[in-house]
Write a protein that binds this ligand. Structure first.
Ligand SMILES: [Zn+2]
Length: 262
């Protein structure tokens, strides 16, 4: 919850829309009260904030998420074959659209670790442009999470190696299809890479590590005794608020479906 408050505070300070994302493992921990807290934080924000269910890897958790108050969700069938990923994503997409929710899905496979989900390097696959066209046509998704060398968690010491040429091709396809591009693993990307990605059509960046790092730093080095959550979340925001990339926060400017604040 402190993380949600910190993201909202940063978005308000930057006068930027943002998306609060809840991963299945966070939902398992926090349950319905966590979603309700995020929805409430979104409603009270003075910038458009939406609440998104991230990385739904099972039908059951996605179907359950349909009725919890999320504005959008991510169908993650990246562990499946193309055929099965299409069937899985299409099924959830139809249900989610009937509830006016936006649908993001992943094609290709990211390596790295996010919460309790680890994908080894050898399992990682880049997004294929031809497959992406079929995937978009068949599933009716609103946003495509691309794999262009981005990873969850830490980049190697040599730094990120993003295939901007592939991103350019995917952008040509997504513009033709009216679909938005999403970049997971945006933590640790330089300002130049963030800008280059925006120029090539990315409208949503998933940032997690900076938020967690700021949270942990403020726990281990409190500038004052830990008091009410409000002050605490403000400090975790302040400690990462001066990082340019931290202020990119899950920006999804052009596709915020039904801003909770008009
Ligand atoms: Zn992700």
């Amino acid at each position: 919850m402190e993380g949600a408050e910190a993201v909202v505070a940063a978005a308000e300070e930057e006068n930027s829309p943002a998306i609060l994302q809840i991963h299945p493992s966070a939902l398992k921990q926090g349950g319905i009260p966590l979603v309700a807290c995020c929805v409430s934080a979104a409603e009270q924000a003075n910038v458009p904030i939406t609440v998104h269910f991230d990385h739904g890897t099972s039908k059951q958790e996605l179907v359950e998420a349909l009725d919890l108050g999320f504005d959008s969700l991510m169908v993650d069938g990246s562990h499946l074959s193309l055929k099965d990923n299409i069937a899985y994503t299409k099924y959830i997409s139809l249900l989610a659209h009937s509830k006016n929710m936006l649908v993001e899905a992943e094609l290709g496979r990211l390596s790295g670790t996010e919460d309790d989900l680890t994908v080894e390097d050898y399992e990682a696959r880049l997004t294929d442009v031809n497959q992406a066209e079929e995937f978009i046509d068949e599933t009716g998704i609103d946003a495509l999470a691309v794999c262009i060398g981005n990873v969850h968690g830490k980049y190697p010491a040599s730094g990120p190696n993003l295939r901007l040429d592939l991103l350019k091709d995917l952008h040509a396809l997504s513009s033709k299809k009216g679909v938005f591009l999403v970049l997971h693993g945006a933590s640790g990307l330089s300002e130049e890479l963030i800008k280059a990605s925006i120029q090539r059509g990315v409208t949503k960046f998933n940032v997690n590590t900076e938020v967690r790092k700021a949270y942990m730093n403020s726990l281990s080095n409190p500038k004052q005794d830990l008091g009410p959550c409000d002050g605490f979340s403000k400090r975790s925001h302040e400690s990462c608020g001066n990082r340019e990339d931290a202020l990119v926060w899950f920006i999804w400017k052009s596709i915020i479906p039904s801003p909770r604040k008009d």
